[in-house]
Design a protein around this ligand. Structure first.
Ligand code: HEM
Length: 277
């Protein structure tokens, strides 16, 4: 009779008394004990885990976007490209995750919706941070965090920094001069669509071989916004499927609010230039 396979025989470590193991390194005791359903509804755990995993991926997205912005500020395009590609893949991953949540029917959700009280993804500070980094800035969105000065300050600080798109426009300006009004805009507001910026990006797309790095940068940004838009669309579709046109737990009109957000353009000129090519 053959002896049962024992991985220790080929060197697998089996004893971790006093040594760091997988669970220690990843702090799994904290992570896997952070799910606290309020109701007895079967689907509440799915709802919690779907949001928590999204927040974890958003944490990575903030990390990558911040570093990509820094790299672009230092004219270090290639590492920035790599990080921006990663953020697009993160959103692709988040987009795929909606399929799991869609297995929750309206009947399932109503069994625990009241447990959420007034809490809603609308109060996700990391989502707001991502939007502020990308350039969709609105100081009113900081108000739900007033009771947490640390988070309010984090978001407020973001409104003093150039957005990822501002930094991209400075890189564009180094090759094709842009107006001062674009370069010295009020950072707390969203970037406003500008004809001179459309003209500059059009030049890049007409002669990619002369402006290859800018051309690649533009496509990385379009890729990112493309995946981000899909996230918004998947969210609103899932929401309509699960709550119809009920108001949100956060107090907005629900689907009507989320549909308005579908109109946000993060990098407007990169979309508008295409019509004129
Ligand atoms: C059945 C599942 C879900 C429903 C019914 C739902 C519903 C809503 C509604 C109605 C809003 C508008 C604000 C409000 O009044 O509450 C909202 C906003 C939001 N939700 Fe969800 N949501 C769901 C899943 C998720 C998931 C999994 C995430 C991932 C983190 C998420 C993140 C967000 C974010 C970030 C916002 C703010 C969007 C913005 O301001 O543009 N939601 N959600």
């Amino acid at each position: 009779m053959t002896k049962p396979y024992d991985p220790e025989g080929e060197g697998a470590r089996m004893s971790f008394d006093g040594a760091m193991s997988y669970g220690d390194y990843l702090q799994l005791d904290k992570v896997l004990n952070a799910q606290a359903p309020i109701s007895k509804a079967h689907d509440e755990l799915l709802f919690i885990i779907q949001h928590q995993t999204s927040e974890l991926w958003m944490r990575l997205a903030v990390h990558e976007l911040t570093a990509a912005r820094e790299a672009l500020q230092g004219a270090d395009m290639r590492p920035a490209f790599k990080m921006l590609s990663r953020v697009s893949r993160i959103f692709e991953q988040l987009n795929g995750a909606w399929d799991v949540l869609r297995t929750m029917t309206p009947s399932d959700y109503t069994t625990f919706r009241s447990s959420l009280g007034q809490s809603s993804g609308f109060q996700s500070y990391q989502y707001r941070q991502i939007e502020f980094i990308l350039g969709n800035r609105n100081r009113a969105m900081i108000r739900p965090h007033a009771h947490r000065p640390d988070l309010a300050e984090l978001l407020e600080a973001e409104l003093d920094r150039p957005s990822l798109y501002d930094v991209a426009l400075r890189a564009l300006h180094a090759s094709i001069p842009l107006p001062e009004t674009v370069l010295r805009r009020d950072l707390a507001l969203p970037h406003a669509d500008d004809a001179a910026v459309v003209a500059a990006w059009t030049e890049v797309y007409r002669h990619p071989e002369q402006h290859w790095a800018l051309y690649e940068l533009a496509e990385k940004l379009v890729d990112l916004e493309d995946y981000f838009r899909r996230w918004r669309f998947n969210h609103v579709t899932t929401v309509e499927r699960v709550i119809g046109f009920k108001r949100g737990t956060g107090g907005t009109g629900g689907v009507s609010y989320l549909k308005r957000m579908l109109e946000v353009e993060l990098f407007p000129e990169l979309w508008h230039l295409r019509t004129g090519l």
